[in-house]
Every structure is written in C-alpha cells, then in structure tokens.
Design a protein around this ligand. Structure first.
Ligand code: NI
Length: 172
C-alpha cells in the first residue's frame, strides 16, 4: 500500500472548503484505503482528505483502544445531523500540526450521516473520542483546524513553530 504524504500547516490546501463526491467508485475506495494506511503509519486516529492534498469530503478514523481490535472507518460526504448540547473539553492534536496539543471544547456527542465505501448511506451516533475525532475531521473538510479555536496569540505561536519545522524538513 502506497503511503500518502501528509501536508503540514500552514498550507493553503488546509484552508479550503472541500467538495462532495457524486458517487463512491474504485477511485474513492482506493483513496480511503490509502488514507487509512497512511493514518496508521503516522500514527494517528483520524485523517481528512485535504491533509493529503485531495480537496474532497472524505475522512478516515479509528479510535478503538490500542488493546482492542482495529475499527477502521471511512466516511464519505459526512454531515453532522445532530450534536448534543452538552460539551466537553479535551486535548487535541493533528497530523498536520505535529507535536502540538491543546484543549478544545466541542459538543460531547454527534450523529453523523455519510456514505460508506459500499456507497451505502449510513448514520452513526458517536460519543467520547470517536465524537471528538469526527468533529475535528469534518472541520478539516471546511478548512478549519483545531488551532482556529485557540487565542490568536497561541495560534500564531504554533504557526511559527510549524513554519520552522517545515524549513528544517525541507533542508533535511
Ligand atoms: Ni487534524
């Protein structure tokens, strides 16, 4: 399985509104599977298509406990159809913002409708880490990063660190 390079913030492709798929075909399945492999390799619990340079509405995630069997999910054209009034605050990170972790407050639970890789329409009720991850990844499809929820000062500090990291990586 070919691994896809993951874009690092700041990158204009991480700030774009992504467009929906019209159908689920072999190309979509190949993208979903390559993204899952890249996510596990990173390693991470979620990865959205714009993070690999595809400005389309698709993300993958697996928030299963490390001791349990993997539960890979690919969600095509995901939409939040319900979110709880109750909120929770938890540390988040992002494969496009490596090494940075900050608290973000979000609805505790969400219901998400999407197509699976068979093209079947589904709805899932997510709680806990799955809910947080789904919301973080759907944000990516709208050009929103978790650092957009932080203070302007914190966000600019993290952005400067990432610019430095990108320069170092380009030299290596
Ligand atoms: Ni992310």
């Amino acid at each position: 399985m070919m691994l896809l390079p993951i874009l690092i913030h700041p990158d204009p492709r991480l700030k774009k509104l992504c467009s929906p798929f019209e159908t689920v075909d072999d190309d979509v399945r190949a993208l979903g599977n390559a993204m899952l492999a890249s996510m596990y390799d990173a390693p991470g619990v979620g990865l959205a298509a714009p993070q690999v340079g595809q400005l389309k509405r698709l993300f993958v995630m697996d928030c299963a406990d490390k001791e349990e069997d993997p539960e890979p999910m690919v969600l095509v054209n995901p939409t939040v159809v319900w979110s709880s009034e109750e909120e929770s605050t938890h540390e988040e990170g992002c494969l496009s913002i490596p090494g940075q972790y900050e608290d973000v407050t979000r609805p505790s639970e969400v219901k998400v409708s999407f197509w699976d890789l068979g093209g079947k329409e589904r709805e899932e009720h997510f709680t806990g880490l799955w809910s947080r991850c789904a919301q973080h990844e759907i944000d990516h499809l709208n050009g929103v990063l978790f650092i957009d929820y932080l203070s302007r000062m914190k966000k600019s500090m993290i952005t400067k660190k990432m610019q430095k990291l990108k320069k170092e990586r380009a030299k290596a």
